[in-house]
Design a protein around this ligand. Structure first.
Ligand SMILES: O=P(O)(O)OC[C@H]1O[C@H](O[C@H]2O[C@H](CO)[C@@H](O)[C@H](O)[C@H]2O)[C@H](O)[C@@H](O)[C@@H]1O
Length: 393
């Protein structure tokens, strides 16, 4: 397997089992790699450990960080995503053949709905790059009012949740809708419904709480013990990157994002090295790569895929052949959710991308405007499905 291609680049970690009990976290939340294992978003591979020499630039190069950074959010004209380079003139041809593998969810809408006829669709949406366009300032990634209406309408008809890398509060601030469920910090902070006959409430790290409207909810925060560590790392990252022009460190409660979108490419090695040097003192934290962002998160066996499973269970929609989960997302962390759906042979992942990317999704949409069209089509379909069902009664 080519460790440098596709999803996230590998990161060396040093799991120390002793901390498991000390942190008071349920053992099922810890991932499986043994010392010397390399893992990235969904990848667990054992390779011999390399001795790292603190402060050496080789660290970030050898670890594949720079390759991953260079390939994040690839330019429109040239792509290396499928391990080959194409000239700009051929880009459309390459995209066309990629679409054969990941057909448009809009042109395949009827086909998708044929599978969903008479079933419940559960909808899961990523935020950045899916509901809002990617913009230079992460604090200004607003969704349009039209998109907000589309999400509100779809949530009135279908159980809907947003699963974001952002903090749950921040994504709620951007979306501002009470008709749906929210999971922040890549699924490590879920506010879900309470059901009478439920099993998720018994889940370790799940507590009863109330939402902003005073409704009783289940709050699931499997990484809560990591909060002091994450805060400490956040402060170190801010301090150690502050003189790198354009860099921005964002706290996402249980994760930290180090943005380099606005950093001159010449300084990418420096920013990667600073993050690397801090993380080597925190073996219980790991790094994943997003769109021009380095994401620091706890080493627990929890991701967007697990969040989908948790929410399905909370909604009483797991273990049912009558449920079709659909997950729409654009980023590497969304692959965990696509994988859960693909491997469980249920529902569909839809990748939002305007360039060819290897993915575990089944279908594709080019950008947030196509996502909005897809959501509107779902509402129309649901309305006519309801009318037909009434006629049959
Ligand atoms: O899971 P998501 O909802 O997609 O969140 C992933 C990260 O999204 C944000 O960063 C990305 O969008 C920014 C605004 O368009 C853009 O400036 C940045 O370059 C992108 O990486 C967010 O700021 C991160 O904290 C999230 O982890």
């Amino acid at each position: 397997m080519d460790l440098k291609s596709n999803h996230a680049a590998p990161v060396l970690t040093d799991p120390a089992p002793i901390h498991k009990s000390r942190l008071g976290i349920h053992s099922s939340l810890f991932p499986y790699p043994s010392p010397g294992a390399v893992f990235s978003s969904g990848l667990y591979l054992t390779i011999p450990r390399k001795k790292s020499i603190p402060g050496k630039l080789d660290d970030v190069r050898a670890g594949g960080w720079l390759d991953a950074m260079l390939s994040s959010s690839p330019p429109r004209k040239k792509t290396k995503e499928l391990n080959f380079e194409v000239a700009s003139d051929d880009a459309d041809v390459a995209f066309g053949s990629w679409m054969l593998k990941y057909p448009s969810a809009l042109s395949s809408f009827e086909e998708i709905m044929n599978h969903a006829k008479g079933k419940t669709i559960a909808l899961f949406l990523d935020y950045d790059g899916t509901l809002s366009p990617i913009v230079v300032d992460p604090d200004r990634a607003f969704m349009s009012n039209n998109m907000r209406s589309a999400v509100r309408n779809v949530a009135k008809h279908l159980p809907t949740a947003i699963i974001s890398g952002r903090s749950r509060d921040k994504v709620f601030e951007f979306v501002g809708l009470t008709e749906l469920y929210y999971a922040g910090s890549h699924g490590m902070d879920i506010m879900g419904p309470v059901r009478n006959s439920e099993s998720v409430g018994d889940h370790p790290n799940c507590i009863r709480s109330t939402d902003k409207q005073g409704k009783v909810v289940n709050l699931f925060q499997p990484a809560s013990e990591f909060l002091p560590m994450i805060d400490e790392v956040f402060r170190s990252l801010v301090e150690n990157t502050k003189e790198i022009e354009g860099s921005k460190v964002e706290s996402n409660k249980f994760c930290v994002s180090v943005h380099y979108r606005n950093v001159d490419e010449k300084s990418w090695t420096m920013i990667a090295q600073r993050v690397h040097d801090i993380l080597k003192d925190y073996p219980r934290l790991r790094l994943t790569h997003g769109r021009k962002v380095l994401e620091v998160r706890p080493v627990i066996n929890w991701d967007k895929g697990k969040a989908v499973e948790f929410l399905l269970e909370s909604l009483g929609l797991s273990n049912s052949n009558d449920v079709v989960p659909i997950y729409v997302g654009d980023d590497r962390t969304d692959e965990d959710a696509f994988k859960v759906l693909r491997e469980g042979n249920r529902g569909y992942g839809i990748l939002v991308s305007s360039v060819p990317k290897e993915s575990n999704a089944f279908y594709s949409l080019r950008d947030p405007s196509e996502v909005m069209e897809f959501l509107e089509s779902l509402v129309k379909w649901k309305r006519s499905d309801e009318v037909e069902c009434k006629k049959e009664e």
